[in-house]
Design a protein around this ligand. Structure first.
Ligand code: NAD
Ligand code: MG
Length: 380
């Protein structure tokens, strides 16, 4: 039995991870954690019987303790709960399916405790990749990508020499507003931005996909995972989301991973790597598919992507500014406090106002996040 823990078990990646666990029957879940959805968390506890469950919200944790009083499960809360999930005794892999840079501390603690990381929580690598990657190497811990593009790159690297990699071709669907111009995006409502053409995901990443911030975060994520320069990463729009990403080698060969859009494949690949297992689901039918299309991304309309390249090139605390500004701006957009185009405007404003700190400590990263939040709150 493989033993795992999950940060963010009630979300899109978390629930799909549990589906993979359910179908395979040889993984034991020792710890689960969620933000506030204790109704679903209780169901998950009753089905998977973890020893520990963590809930961010204190009041909800109290409620969950009562709801699970008949079971042998400890309920923890806050950052302490996340860290205890991350370092849970006996686990081999931590699945980081939590959203946002709140995942940094528990991820670092898990690596210190020698756990492999099945990483979905890209915000953590974007902001603290320079701490996480060397630490993982030092502790001989594997960082296994769950993000579909990064899993595709990882799969396309198997059996090839890393030093022969010339370019990473990171594919993008283009999101719901592909082909639109700034003036078409003035009055975008939350419902419009939440309508992704190919993937069903959590709200934050769905908004990020529409602004291309998600692709920007993925460029920086790929830089850390595969040890390449951001300018070796080329974004290719592939509207059908069939090619999940590609690697170009020195001799001109391009290796790609294709499949129907289903996150269970990269999740399962990360959990069982290097093994491949049967996965039920739709298969690609090339006769029916007929064609695949490719485009260059429109970095003038979706200039968040070029801001991400700028942040990724500069390094230091600038990727934290990019990410933190986006996290708060997206929350405000979802709460209908700001307009759609303000998301990217806010990111740019925060980046322009920032004095970069190179090689920041965890404290400096978190201070940068606080300062960015203060700046956004003091607007107008
Ligand atoms: P989601 O919003 O559906 O789920 C987030 C999970 O994190 C939930 O379980 C929630 O309870 C938990 N959470 C949020 N705040 C918390 C807090 N303060 N304390 C404890 N738990 C908290 O998000 P998602 O779409 O599953 O995305 C998760 C991560 O995976 C993100 O970083 C995202 O970018 C990445 N990712 C998601 C997909 C996808 O298909 N959904 C694909 C690639 C990458
Ligand atoms: Mg992705």
């Amino acid at each position: 039995m493989k033993k795992i823990a999950i940060l963010g078990s009630t979300g899109s990646i978390g629930t799909q991870t549990l589906e993979v666990v359910r179908e395979n029957k040889d993984i034991e879940v020792l710890a689960l954690s969620a933000g506030s959805n204790i109704t679903l968390l209780e169901k998950q506890i009753r089905e998977f019987r973890p020893r520990l469950a963590a809930v961010w919200d204190e009041e909800k944790a109290k409620e969950l303790r009562l709801m699970t009083a008949d079971l042998d499960v400890k309920v923890a809360t806050g950052m302490d709960g996340l860290v205890r999930t991350a370092v849970m005794e006996g686990t081999e892999i931590l699945v980081t399916a939590i959203v946002g840079m709140i995942g940094i501390r528990p991820t670092i603690e898990a690596i210190r405790a020698g756990k492999d990381i099945a990483l979905a929580n890209k915000e953590t690598l974007v902001t603290a990749g320079h701490i996480i990657m060397p630490l993982a190497r030092e502790r001989d811990v594997s960082i296994l990508p769950v993000d579909s593009e990064h899993s595709a790159i990882f799969q396309s690297l198997q059996g090839n020499e890393r030093k022969a990699v010339r370019k990473i071709l990171l594919t993008a669907s283009g999101g719901p507003f592909r082909g639109k111009k700034q003036e078409d995006l003035l009055n975008i409502r939350v419902e419009d931005a939440l309508r992704h053409p190919n993937w069903s995901m959590g709200q934050k990443i769905t908004i990020d996909s529409s602004t291309m911030v998600n692709k920007g975060l993925e460029v920086i994520e790929a830089k850390w995972l595969f040890d390449v320069e951001v300018d070796q990463i080329q974004v290719v729009v592939q509207p059908q989301s069939i090619i999940h990403s590609m690697v170009e080698y020195e001799d001109g060969a391009v290796m790609a991973q294709l499949g129907t859009p289903d996150m269970k494949l990269p999740i399962q690949y990360a959990l069982y790597y290097p093994q491949r297992r049967y996965l039920p689901g739709e298969r690609l039918d090339f006769w029916r598919l007929g064609r695949l299309d490719f485009e260059e991304p429109d970095m003038d309309t979706f200039y968040a992507l070029s801001l991400a390249y700028e942040a990724g090139r500069a390094g230091g605390t600038l990727p934290t500014v990019f990410n933190a500004a986006n996290e708060l701006a997206v929350r405000k957009f979802l709460n209908r406090e700001i307009k759609y185009l303000e998301i990217t405007e806010i990111i740019e404003d925060c980046m322009r106002a920032h004095t970069n700190i190179m090689n920041p400590t965890l404290e400096e990263i978190l201070e940068t996040e606080t300062k960015v939040y203060e700046r956004i709150e003091s607007r107008r």
